[in-house]
Design a protein around this ligand. Structure first.
Ligand code: PHE
Length: 412
């Protein structure tokens, strides 16, 4: 019979109406790809660390956090979509898998006397299935707190240098003038415009520097430009807030969110003498752009043909060489929904549970409500493809192997 609690690392989490963690998702915990030597995510972590002087780096916080610390204490509204069962993984109403590294800023504020730090960790979200989404991914939080009395002294010298951009990096920043901040992206009432100018300048200069450094290492790839843009954003725990997007594979890809930390959060965590900025970098997205890795599932591959392409000793960033010979295989699936409130993320988790990393994408291609019965029907297209599996021919299939061509036959 089903247990009435989920056991994880010796703790028991009693199930309730919020419980939705699956064995598949729990099985991913502990892989800690960001700490695996020579894994591209670990190498990226180390490259970013090298850009940040004087920062303390954390990378082993537990992924199980209090719902309160993931949301409430970061001033995330009660009706924020991330709080719903359809978007996040819950053990129960009190405990969940962290959805972002921002939650651990609180640990550092309260328990460590540190002003400049990074936190790298695996984070968990229920989402669609395609080449840039996976229910587990990795973020690096960077935080810099400044002494408010020091900032005030410097305030008189606040200037807006256009950030120096190296050839090959195209940075567009229409948000660079604070006067242009919209009402939806205001400075906080606790802060003066001069303070915000200084802190925001540091934030943008630091992040542009990191992106430039990372890109400079990939310059050897023959690709001559990297286009990034700053756009205004909204996060409950920062204001003003921004996002940086990189132009990749024909579209703008969000790689980080950032902003000036809400003073209320710092005050409540006993850091009222400080003011600061924070950002959360999406490591997979950045690594995909830097190494031209086409699919996020590859990071989970144990195949030497993937892992051996990345070495700590690499002077320039390796450009990923595809090795899977497998063609995609497409199947459409149509079904009637038992109610009109169908959650697509429930289907996506089900598909992941069954097909694992063979599933490349799931997309809605048709839906229909029967005019008489009112019942709803959906049709999804599932694309399967192995990123790395190499199937040795069985005896039965050996005869199909010609000297120059191999057929990818998986016997069922
Ligand atoms: N936590 C945010 C996210 O996961 C990113 C972020 C971090 C934004 C820090 C602002 C400051 O999307």
């Amino acid at each position: 019979s089903e247990k009435e609690y989920t056991e994880f690392k010796g703790e028991q989490y009693f199930k309730d109406d919020y419980t939705n963690v699956t064995p598949t998702i729990l099985g991913k915990i502990g892989e800690n790809l960001h700490n695996v030597p020579s894994h591209p995510l670990c190498l990226l972590k180390e490259r970013i660390h090298a850009c940040l002087e004087g920062f303390t780096h954390y990378d082993s916080f537990s992924p199980v956090v209090k719902v309160r610390d993931n949301f409430d204490r970061l001033l995330i509204e009660p009706d924020h979509p991330g709080r719903s069962k359809s978007d996040s993984f819950f053990f129960n109403r009190q405990h969940m898998l962290r959805t972002h590294t921002t939650t651990h800023e609180l640990d550092v504020y309260e328990h460590r006397n540190i002003d400049k730090f990074t936190i790298t960790a695996d984070v968990y979200r229920r989402d669609e299935i395609d080449s840039s989404h996976y229910p587990v991914f990795h973020q690096m939080e960077c935080v810099h707190l400044l002494d408010r009395s020091e900032i005030a002294k410097n305030a008189a010298h606040a200037t807006h240098h256009p950030s120096k951009t190296p050839a090959g990096l195209v940075v567009s920043d229409p948000t660079s003038e604070l006067s242009k901040l919209s009402e939806s992206n205001p400075i906080q009432s606790e802060h003066s415009i001069e303070e915000v100018e200084i802190v925001a300048y540091q934030l943008k200069a630091t992040l542009n520097h990191i992106l430039y450094q990372l890109f400079a290492e990939s310059a050897g790839s023959g690709d001559s430009t990297l286009e990034i843009r700053w756009i205004e954003a909204f996060f409950p725990f920062t204001s003003p807030s921004w996002e940086v997007e990189i132009f990749y594979q024909g579209a703008w890809l969000e790689v980080l969110g950032c902003g000036i930390l809400k003073q209320k959060i710092l005050d409540q965590a006993g850091r009222s003498n400080s003011m600061g900025w924070a950002c959360g970098l999406g490591l997979e997205r950045l690594a995909m752009v830097l190494h031209k890795i086409p699919d996020i599932r590859l990071f989970w591959s144990k195949d030497a043909r993937f892992l051996d392409q990345f070495q700590a000793s690499d002077k320039t960033l390796a450009i990923f060489r595809p090795f899977s010979k497998f063609p995609p295989c497409t199947r459409d699936i149509a079904f009637w929904c038992s109610s009109l409130e169908f959650e697509a993320n429930d289907l996506f988790d089900l598909v992941r549970d069954i097909a694992g990393d063979f599933v490349e994408s799931v997309s809605l291609i048709d839906s229909f409500v029967h005019p008489k019965s009112g019942r709803k029907s959906m049709c999804y297209r599932i694309v399967y493809r192995s990123m790395d599996r190499y199937v040795f021919p069985t005896k039965r299939h050996r005869s199909f192997i010609l000297p120059r061509y191999s057929f990818n036959i998986i016997s069922k």
